[in-house]
Design a protein around this ligand. Structure first.
Ligand code: BGC
Length: 739
């Protein structure tokens, strides 16, 4: 077995030359072979590789098997082209970090970059050189199971964090050991599937598509992500795996993307299931014509590209450019120099540094939603007993969340374990699951749980969703706590003991039925391997929670879609303009109810707004200032405010900047996030926080789809969530110089 020395990438020009030289030696079938990605259990895989029929294998992570696949490719295929080994390394490999939606709640790109770096190092140890992450689909629908994999509802936040993930996976040097290719997915509009139903249709007007859904993809392309993945969904009548507009016009034409595009699993074959093509041959034509370079799983390219070329429907140049894009990626990754993996060149899996990083990420991901009577933090000194209740309190598997192929529950540390370790012998811990799982409806465990609560000074309930309730194809129409968990809360609340509710879930849940029955809520998402210790650190005040919601929490499912960056409408609601269904007077006249955009039974505000999250301290904002109330287009504007830690302990606040463009060629959202920063302050400390806004930051696509910043009036807010009240304004005027 050859040794893995430093992978040296040739300089850019030589990489391209090398890929072109190789291409000139390739037969048609070898070119098409590069465009085929097959699963590791594919029949006669070695023979396929030997014959040059495979460009990439997915899901093989047994190191000896991977090295053997590479050996066959390098030593036994005619041109010796190494393989891309793809795997869904979504939030860690062995050391599992919080689900991406949880990581997004940290609003901390550095932390997220570091987590992706660790995931890349661990995955590399097993020969993986390509991950299908980050998923940067904007989604505003918590029913959609894949919201768990997303970075939330906001294009700016998602862009910043998505780019951080790309940088973490790909490292500083693509060809260095431990760098793996990232994949921006799913291109595009997958997060906007109707009704939050996976695989469903998405209809997104081009303007909205460009201003919201494409933004993170553009950012990833600019950050040098090596690959893109098309999606399963139909977008405006054209399924994305055969969508020329997306892949050819926007991605390659406008954004000048130089990497390659892979389809989603079977999604080229599915073009016919959508009713877009009549059979695999037409599907292969549409996908190739759109610029999808590699086919995942289905065999339409293998079976039909040559025929399409001979018929003159695809040109030799079409085929060449697809094969070239793939081979170039392999050159850039240094695979020709170092196709094999030697684990001793990498840090140990699950080493202490990795575990501590996962713990820190989980700590920063937790969002404190409620904390009445300062129930939290708990003090081990003032408690003599504590009940720990709930099916997720001691379940090492469920806390890992969706898309965990390689992480193992044996490596997880649960809440119960961590709480027991934290309090030592001084506090008696009474543990009762209450329910067999989050879905169970049987109350037989309630009695024991109620007794545990009665015997204790306070209660920590760990409830939520098992991991299988979110992720691909795992959508829910009702997003309350599933099973009999609400009843369990009622039963425990009846004891009168203070209740801290820790929620582990893959999505925002609707909490209105139980929110008043508990004293504190810590939203932990699915926190990963180190979820238990991270949660215990927060519960006992070793650190104050600092997470902020990356997605709006609805009160009831009927409010969906609900997101902060909505349009104003012609009849915006206000607290004064709305009526509740229970307050309608007898035979009230239609107009007396308030003619504005609200629900009679759910108002217009969410349960918790985007950006929201409490800490054990209390922050105040004041003295907002703008560097120039009037500026020319093209000039930077600085907006600042004073942040004051008015509470009793050191804590981190995520300071957020929102802007509204008052009048636009197309209507603009009532607020858009334009900046954020994490600030740590001791009790009584204050700090000036400032953001620089460039004119480009205010750009949007107008009715002609031009990217423009328009002159006019703007409002700006600085605060701790998207309902921030401290505001100022400025005006941009057009001096003719343009932006
Ligand atoms: C998912 C992708 C994933 C692929 C490979 C598909 O079902 O949609 O996100 O990367 O499978 O596992």
């Amino acid at each position: 077995m050859p040794n893995t020395a430093e992978r040296q990438a040739p300089p850019k020009d030589s990489a391209e030359t090398r890929a072109s030289d190789l291409l000139s030696e390739m037969s048609l079938s070898e070119k098409i072979g590069q465009m085929c990605q097959v699963n590791c259990n594919s029949h006669d895989l070695h023979q396929q590789i030997r014959a040059g029929e495979v460009g990439s294998v997915l899901n093989e992570v047994d190191l000896d098997a991977v090295n053997e696949l590479q050996r066959v490719a390098v030593e036994e295929s005619r041109l010796g082209i190494p393989l891309l080994i793809g795997r869904d390394v979504i939030h860690g490999f062995k050391t599992i970090f919080p689900i991406p939606l949880g990581q997004a709640a940290s609003w901390n790109p550095d932390l997220i970059r570091h987590g992706a770096r660790i995931a890349a190092l661990e995955a590399s140890t097993h020969g993986v050189n390509w991950t299908f992450a980050p998923m940067i689909d904007i989604t505003r629908d918590p029913r959609w199971g894949r919201i768990a994999e997303s970075l939330g509802e906001d294009p700016y936040l998602c862009s910043q964090l998505g780019v951080a993930m790309v940088q973490g996976f790909q490292g500083e040097q693509l060809a260095a050991p431990g760098s793996i290719a990232a994949c921006a997915k799913h291109f595009a509009g997958y997060g906007a599937v109707e009704g939050g139903l996976d695989y469903n249709t998405a209809n997104i007007p081009e303007n909205e598509l460009r201003n919201v859904y494409l933004q993170p993809f553009k950012a990833a392309a600019e950050a040098g992500v090596m690959t893109f993945m098309s999606a399963f969904n139909d977008l405006n009548g054209v399924p994305t795996s055969g969508n020329e507009f997306l892949t050819k016009q926007v991605l390659r034409g406008e954004w000048r993307f130089q990497g390659f595009v892979v389809s989603d699993w079977d999604s080229i074959h599915q073009l016919s299931v959508h009713g877009f093509t009549a059979g695999d041959k037409e599907a292969a034509f549409e996908a190739a014509n759109a610029g999808v370079d590699m086919e995942m799983a289905s065999r339409t390219y293998a079976n039909h590209l040559a025929e399409l070329l001979h018929e003159g429907r695809l040109s030799e140049q079409d085929i060449d450019s697809m094969a070239y894009n793939i081979v170039l990626a392999k050159v850039r990754l240094g695979l020709f120099e170092n196709p094999y993996t030697t684990p001793s060149h990498f840090p140990a899996l699950l080493n202490d540094e990795h575990l501590q990083a996962a713990r820190e990420t989980a700590r920063q991901s937790c969002v404190l939603l409620k904390n009445e009577h300062q129930t939290l933090p708990l003090s081990a000194e003032h408690l003599s007993s504590l009940a720990v209740i709930g099916p997720l309190a001691d379940d090492p598997y469920e806390q890992l969340g969706t898309w965990v192929f390689d992480g193992e529950s044996a490596d997880s540390q649960t809440c119960l374990q961590a709480i027991e370790a934290q309090v030592g012998d001084s506090v008696a811990v009474h543990w009762a699951p209450g329910l067999e799982s989050s879905r169970h409806r049987d109350h037989h465990g309630f009695e024991h749980a109620v007794q545990a609560a009665r015997d204790s000074d306070a209660v920590v309930m760990v409830l939520g969703e098992e991991s299988i309730l979110s992720g691909e194809a795992h959508c829910r129409a009702d997003i309350d706590l599933p099973g009999a968990q609400e009843h369990l809360i009622e039963a425990i609340a009846a004891t009168g003991k203070p209740i801290v509710l820790v929620i582990m879930a893959g999505r925002p849940l609707t909490l209105s039925n139980i929110i008043d029955k508990v004293d504190a809520i810590l939203y932990a998402w699915h926190p990963g391997t180190m979820g238990g210790p991270a949660i215990a650190d927060l519960l006992f005040g070793l650190e104050s929670p600092s997470g902020k919601l990356p997605v709006t929490f609805p009160r009831v499912v009927g409010q969906i879609p609900i997101y902060y960056a909505r349009k104003n409408t012609g009849r915006p609601p206000s607290h004064e303009s709305i009526t509740h269904i229970d307050d309608i007077d007898g035979k009230a006249a239609q107009t007396s109810l308030g003619m504005s955009a609200f629900y009679l039974d759910a108002g217009f505000t969410p349960q918790f707004p985007f950006g929201y999250g409490l800490s054990y301290s209390h922050f105040e904002y004041s003295d907002i200032a703008v560097s120039a109330e009037h500026a020319a287009l093209g000039e930077d504007i600085e907006i600042s405010a004073t942040l004051y830690n008015a509470g009793g302990c050191e804590a981190v606040e995520v300071v957020q900047l929102y802007v509204r463009d008052l009048v636009g060629n197309v209507t603009r959202p009532v607020r858009e996030l334009k900046g954020f920063t994490r600030v740590r302050l001791g009790a009584g400390e204050h700090q000036r926080v400032s953001f620089t806004l460039r004119s480009e930051d205010l750009a949007f696509h107008n009715r002609k789809m031009e990217l423009v910043t328009e002159a006019g009036q703007f409002h700006a807010w600085i605060g701790g969530n998207s309902d921030a009240e401290l505001w100022t304004h400025f005006e941009l005027h057009d001096n003719g110089a343009g932006v």
